[in-house]
Design a protein around this ligand. Structure first.
Ligand SMILES: *Cc1c(COP(=O)(O)O)cnc(C)c1O
Length: 361
């Protein structure tokens, strides 16, 4: 790869397209004749307003976000939304359903319990979060204010390959690790949230897409900064937004568009993931713990039968020029995070490396 860059399989923050980094580098001291860096601009300036509105418009275009939905560009990470979601939405009935399919879904669930009567509509904890429950396994409360799930379980390498059917109950979805990797029918959702650092931009930006009628009903205790209605009224600029990250988001969205949009991202992610799963399935040593119908296209979790061999694999992978293949401490084993910006070449080289290791051990 150019510039001595490594194939970085980090779960997040993760690789950004080289073209985006180059462009940001070229513009870093003087953004398009403004005489200053985007990092130095007033967020109220005309030049920044164009960057800001441009990023929002490009995101609306990329995900075909309907007009009755607001796009908020916030700070605090996906984790802050674990509190903001119940604070803003649970007042409808005081109840909410959560699908517990991994670590982040469970954190969101535990947090929401502070604000209402929250129930687990399903849990995959019985099998170490290696699968996504099927529609008929969901125990749905028709009185829930919303149904919450996490589209892609970054740590365990599982992904929902269907959109849950919840009738009139609005869907709330954490798409931190698969947003912009696949087309989404936004009209099926009440709210989508995503930290930017997996597939969109540097850490520090959180995207919330919500149906406008769901805002304005927050609990009276809702902190100033967590009110969706206030952020809608102020176009995400109640205070200083994460200006630099928003600028990079715009560049990433330009790149996604040039590549052929989210449809092209979907085709690419399938190619990347299928090559790795085929390689793992065809090996003697490696297995992917996720159930076949629940495998993630973004985070490929795999392991050998022994912790020592896993450690050897990780150590040798670093020597071979890969980074961040060690699995999360909760799941163990290995994990290759292959977001939009991971070139196919990186995945081909990793597949070769897996085959060589399989033969040699
Ligand atoms: C990384 C991640 C989070 C946590 O995001 P922060 O921005 O660090 O709060 C939450 N949910 C999912 C699915 C993630 O991948």
């Amino acid at each position: 790869m150019e510039d001595n860059r490594v194939f970085n399989f980090s779960a997040g923050p993760s690789m950004l397209p080289l073209q985006v980094l180059r462009r940001a580098g070229a513009e870093i001291t003087n953004y398009r004749g403004s005489g200053m860096s985007v990092m130095e601009m007033s967020h109220r300036s005309k030049v920044f307003d164009e960057i800001f509105q441009g990023a929002k418009e490009k995101l609306r275009r990329a995900l075909k976000v309907p007009q009755e939905y607001e796009i908020l560009l916030l700070q605090g990470g996906a984790s802050t939304q674990f509190s903001a979601v119940p604070l803003n939405l649970i007042s409808a009935t005081g109840r909410a359903d959560y699908a517990i399919t991994g670590n982040f879904a469970n954190i969101a669930f535990q947090e929401a319990k502070k604000y209402g009567a929250v129930r687990a509509a399903c849990s995959s904890a019985d099998k170490g979060h290696t699968y996504i429950p099927r529609q008929e396994e969901l125990d749905l409360d028709p009185q829930a204010s919303y149904f919450y799930y996490c589209a892609n379980n970054t740590i365990y390498g599982t992904e929902w390959h269907y959109v849950p059917e919840t009738g009139a109950v609005p869907l709330v979805c954490d798409m931190s690790s698969d947003i912009l990797s696949t087309p989404v029918d936004v009209s099926k959702y009440g709210l989508i949230l995503a930290g930017a650092q997996k597939n969109m931009a540097p850490a520090g930006l959180t995207v919330v897409i919500l149906r406008r009628d769901l805002a304005g009903h927050e609990l009276p205790i809702t902190p100033l900064m967590l009110s969706y209605q206030r952020m809608i009224d102020k176009d995400s600029m109640y205070n200083t937004p994460p200006c630099w990250c928003i600028y990079i988001l715009g560049l990433v969205l330009d790149w996604v568009e040039e590549q052929g949009g989210v449809e092209a991202m979907e085709a690419n992610r399938r190619k990347r993931a299928e090559l790795l799963y085929e390689t793992i399935d065809g090996s003697r040593l490696f297995t992917a713990p996720a159930r076949a119908d629940s495998r993630s296209y973004m985070n490929v979790a795999f392991r050998t039968a022994s912790d020592e061999l896993d450690a050897k694999f990780v150590a040798e992978s670093v020597e071979a020029g890969f980074t961040n293949l060690k699995g999360h401490r909760l799941s163990g084993g290995m994990r290759a995070s292959i977001y939009n910006a991971m070139p196919m070449e990186g995945v081909e080289r990793l597949a070769d490396f897996i085959r060589r290791f399989d033969r040699a051990n």
